[in-house]
Design a protein around this ligand. Sequence first.
Ligand SMILES: [Zn+2]
Length: 312
Amino acid sequence: MFDVHSHFVPEGVLAWLKDNASRVNATWEQRAVGKEPFLTINQKWSFELKQAFYQADVYLEDQRKAGVAHTIVSPIPQLFLYDFPVELTVELSDLYNHELVAWTKANSDKLSGLATLPLNDPDAAARLLDEAMSNGLKGAIIGPGHQGVPLSDDHFAPLWEVANDKRAIIFIHPLLNEDPRIQRKMMPNLIGVPWETTICGLDLLLGGILDKYPKAKILLAHGGGFLPYQVGRLNQGYQMWPAVKSSLNDTPETYLKRFWYDNVLWHEDALGYLQKLVGTDRVLPGSDYPFDLKTWPPAPTSEASCRAFLGL
Ligand SMILES: [Zn+2]
């Protein structure tokens, strides 16, 4: 069984975080008895920093027990650091990527890795993606744009050029939605997270990115958010309005089949719908391990599709 959506913080990254806590406003807080301390970076998106996030033996033993044979391991979104000066983002991204290269190389039968990139500087992001892939990583995990600039904007063209040339996996991973209407009862995570993926996926689709950079393998988190469910509306808009079809050569439904999706959905009917819409070969097993809201172990899907996606 494979897992395409999993997170880890290598030891060297954690050490950097402790050394640079004041630069990134990192705090550790013991919130409840029996829980690990919660880590918060820059007052955003606190989470329980379980041992499985940073202890390689715990992480690998959990994979083994769950029957996961190969994992694509990603950095955690809390450490994308897009809102900091570029030098700082590059410094941590570079370290994170090198740490993941070393760890995945030492466990190459069990692990592949994705880089983190400084989206706050697309040229630097392109350079780091190129370097990371030359060192053996399979692509990168990135947030859904930066400071309101969507990923289809020409601003990000340098990154897409490299992703296309290198046939990179580009894993679009949401960040927390900051809409003031949903700042309670975990709503930023419950619906804000899939909403961010929905916005980003549709922007990439309508922006023609799938035609401009056809060799980049774009993976959408959490089953593509709400996007696949609105296929009828998208198709109808495509028929009605020139603005919808201006960058497209076919219906939105056809383009939805050109993304890949993880199956972190917790619901058989939802998963079945997605597989029927885009094809079973486009829906890959993921877990979001070791975050609280994980599907563990991941629901298995076709091994051949996973191998093709990974280029194994
Ligand atoms: Zn995740």
